[in-house]
Design a binder for this molecule. Sequence first.
Ligand code: NAP
Length: 249
Amino acid sequence: MNNNKIAVVTGASSGIGEASARALAAAGYTLYLGARRLDRLTTVAKTISGHAFALDVTDIASVQAFAAALPRQVHVLVNNAGGALGLAPVAEFDEDQWLAMYQSNVLGLARMTRALHGKLLASGDGHVINIGSIAGFETYAGGAGYTAAKHAVRAISETLRLEWLGKPLRVTEIDPGLVETDFSLVRFAGDAERAAKVYADTRPLLAEDIADAVVWATTRPAHVNVDQIVIRPTDQARADKVFRRSGAS
Ligand code: NAP
């Protein structure tokens, strides 16, 4: 059931991006996927008859080459690539980690939006979905590099709605709470034991829970803009307030 619409997902080699790509394909979109790990990306693309291209959103030339490989019209851009690095307090923050988080979560999202603006407009009903986070409006100790970056994503989403007023372009921000993906593995530089503790004795969201929201927002009628969707697991009341059956904090 092809709907003749094109969707682009950044960071589709794992987690929320991969699940969103699969769900959009099931909803009839033709998918163009981008990420740095081309082997994983190609495997995902094959299973949904989509297209995979290497993409590093921190690299302007890579973004331009990726955009050049896309069709003339793009209906949906899911700005998903990003994540967190480390958990150091502000007084000891790591320059490289903070720069990398701003590069992917903030500048990468802006670069992709700039590069695809014309193609989104050409579709007659373009839609940008920014994957933000509850970290975009909440904070937690050790999280300032990431929360500041996601606060910036929120500012960009709101600004886009102002700048695109009167154009056939929609902007939705989806803000997940705790989702079990490779997010914590990446944050803790491959330390699987430390990453597992983030999801221990609680019931986090699955990437598919967020993908559901991506598809729902994109399939509303063209005159309906879903501004923001906040989704947390029932076991989470705030970024740093998670219910654990073991009683641990
Ligand atoms: P994940 O499984 O680690 O996925 C991150 C994806 O981003 C990967 O596909 C990765 O692909 C891609 N990526 C990272 N840097 C990139 C770059 N420079 N260029 C292109 N792609 C890049 O984690 P996830 O949880 O699905 O994260 C997806 C998004 O959800 C992120 O923006 C994250 O901040 C947000 N989020 C996650 C949670 C959570 O609890 N998991 C909660 C709220 C928001 P490559 O490594 O192959 O490039």
